[in-house]
Design a protein around this ligand. Structure first.
Ligand SMILES: Nc1nc2c(ncn2[C@@H]2O[C@H](COP(=O)(O)OP(=O)(O)OP(=O)(O)O)[C@@H](O)[C@H]2O)c(=O)[nH]1
Length: 362
């Protein structure tokens, strides 16, 4: 290479690196904007018309991002058979492919992609994620390339592809981390067997709802639903059927409640129901609906019955104590006493108590 050519190449590669640095550091622009800027940069660098980041799915070539002239109708999500694209050649070669005048090429002039799209020039690079083929980064044009693609051109595409690879992996990891965090959050607040809130989740939901009621001076009922003779069910039919009964009971209770009520699993065969804005009459209807729904569970010959201890509470317009869990536990203890009475006096029934938030001398 002559000194002039070498200088030109150096200047050109410096420009590529500088632009690439600018684009890839513009994190606040967002991934999509960065990719589109990168594709645009490639088009300007090579003086080509169509830029695509594709994903390979089986034998399909799927456009993920593209920059095209207005006349070319191409958009994200467009799908082609891989064998009918030049990227099929790139993927097979597992290496960069640069073609300048395809119509005059011995081999590729007969390629189905040439017949289908009539693109004369193409430079493409496979994108690999964790050792697996992800897709391609490619630039092309219906016009023949006026010069030969050089090593510096391949290096430029390689550099862009490398950034895309790193960024896609980072996004993949971020997504996995988010999913894991969501799963952990769910595990912390939900019961894994019945998939309804656990005790911890219950405190959170109850606090939110009671806060609202205490601001408006409303009313609400907290009830504990306990399956009757559950030990016997377990002992007779096994733990697995016992678990099934718990899942079905949770489902039937959920289905019997209004949107703003909720059910949580307190532990074992004990569930908590919270019914905001419900007086004792309204609650009685809900409880009879719940008992009927649970009675319809068909797991054994004997229908499942439950006992319910309920505590109706009126709120004045005051704020809740900072130790909300202690207040909730006191309310649960009162409902528990009512439940105990229901068990002692024959089961399959509801016993209610009523009071006021002021009883707790907040
Ligand atoms: N299958 C299953 N059983 C559980 C689970 N958690 C607790 N249990 C069982 O539930 C049973 C509860 O028994 P008890 O507290 O005596 O209550 P009960 O037999 O329903 O009697 P009453 O409440 O008085 O009607 C125990 O045998 C526990 O082992 C669970 O997650 N799955």
């Amino acid at each position: 290479m002559s000194t002039t050519c070498l200088n030109q190449a150096n200047t050109s590669s410096e420009q590529v690196i500088r632009r690439l640095y600018q684009v890839t550091n513009a994190h606040n622009e967002g991934f999509e904007a960065q990719i589109l800027a990168l594709l645009q940069m490639g088009l300007e660098r090579f003086n080509l018309d169509i830029a695509i980041l594709s994903k390979i799915q089986g034998n399909d070539y799927v456009v993920q991002y593209c920059v095209t002239p207005e006349a070319v109708e191409l958009k994200a999500g467009d799908r082609f058979t891989l064998d009918t694209t030049y990227c099929g050649i790139t993927c097979e070669a597992q290496a960069p492919v640069a073609l300048e005048y395809i119509g005059e090429h011995d081999m590729y002039a007969r390629h189905p992609a040439y017949k289908a799209f009539g693109l004369e020039s193409y430079i493409g690079m496979p994108i690999r994620l964790n050792g697996e083929l992800y897709g391609t980064l490619n630039f092309s044009s219906p016009a023949p390339y006026p010069r030969h693609f050089q090593e510096i051109d391949i290096d430029a595409v390689q550099l862009m592809a490398s950034w895309i690879e790193v960024e896609l992996i980072r996004r993949q990891q971020e997504e996995q981390l988010n999913k894991l965090n969501q799963k952990l959050k769910r595990l912390a607040n939900y019961d894994s067997l019945t998939e309804i809130p656990n005790r911890r989740g219950m405190y959170k939901k109850l606090k939110k709802s009671m806060n609202l009621l205490s601001r408006t001076g409303g009313e609400g009922t907290l009830a504990i639903v306990d399956i009757d003779h559950f030990k016997k069910l377990n002992d007779t039919y096994g733990h697995q059927l016992g678990d099934k009964a718990l899942v079905e009971t949770a489902k039937q209770i959920s289905n019997s409640l209004r949107d703003y009520d909720f059910v949580a699993r307190l532990g074992g065969e004990e569930f908590l129901i919270w019914l905001p804005n419900s007086n004792l009459n309204g609650c009685a209807k809900v409880f009879s609906r719940v008992m009927k729904a649970i009675g319809s569970i068909e797991l054994t010959e004997d229908p499942i019955t439950v006992s319910i201890g309920a505590y109706y509470l009126g709120f004045n317009e005051s704020s809740l104590p900072s130790d909300f869990e202690m207040l909730a536990d006191k309310m649960i203890a009162i409902a528990d006493k009512a439940l105990y009475e229901a068990k002692e006096t024959g089961r399959n029934k509801v016993v209610t108590r009523s009071g006021s938030i002021e009883d707790f001398s907040l």
